[in-house]
Design a protein around this ligand. Structure first.
Ligand code: COA
Length: 161
């Protein structure tokens, strides 16, 4: 059975992420969306909230499920016995960072491969930070995040003041 891990902070999931997840679900028998922490970022949503938001959006995709892990991505992959990690690439600017992470992960665990999937053209400009910025100033979120989570994002931003 072919299994892929799609990791990220997903703070929150965007249409760009969902596009990659949907495409992956057609290629792999099982897709594990791994909500991990990037220690350089302080997330708006808690891990449980991020998982809940993803689950709302992937309801129709039976071979996709969401998990979390507090530690290194390669340790999570080993724990799950999965050797394929997939990352999305939006622009050449993503490449340097992703290249570094892929090489580091390879050094930490040589049997695990990182594959890259190019973002769809219409999602190239989306990022979780941009989406949060737009929400903060009351801009329209349609087309940027899945409809299922627009209100959750607005409420969270309101609560945060
Ligand atoms: N479409 C739209 N946006 C996308 C996207 C896509 N297809 N793919 C990524 N993005 C955006 C994300 O929303 C995110 O935006 P933000 O920076 O505004 O939040 C940005 O691109 C970076 O995404 P990603 O590459 O997934 O990084 P991340 O910070 O969300 O996640 C982890 C990185 C969590 C996978 C990484 O830190 C990790 O593996 N952590 C575990 C600890 C570890 O192993 N560290 C050592 C790694 S060598």
């Amino acid at each position: 059975m072919s299994v892929a891990i799609y990791p990220g902070s997903f703070d929150p999931i965007t249409n760009g992420h969902l596009d990659i997840i949907t495409r992956l679900s057609k290629i792999y028998d099982e897709v594990i969306v791994a909500v991990l922490n990037n220690s350089a970022k302080s997330p708006l949503f808690t891990t449980d909230e991020r998982i809940e938001l993803i689950e709302k959006c992937v309801k129709g995709l039976d071979n996709v499920h969401t998990e979390t892990f507090d530690g290194l991505l390669v340790d999570f992959a080993r724990l799950k016995n999965v050797t394929t990690i997939v990352k999305g690439l939006r622009a050449i600017s993503d490449f340097e960072y992703e290249f570094q992470m892929a090489l580091l992960n390879k050094k930490l665990s040589p049997d695990i491969e990182t594959l890259f999937m190019i973002s769809s053209e219409n999602h190239m400009y989306i990022s979780s930070s941009i989406v949060k910025e737009i929400a903060k100033f009351g801009g329209a979120l349609t087309g940027l995040v899945p409809d299922e989570i627009v209100n959750d994002l607005k409420l969270k931003i309101e609560k945060r003041g």
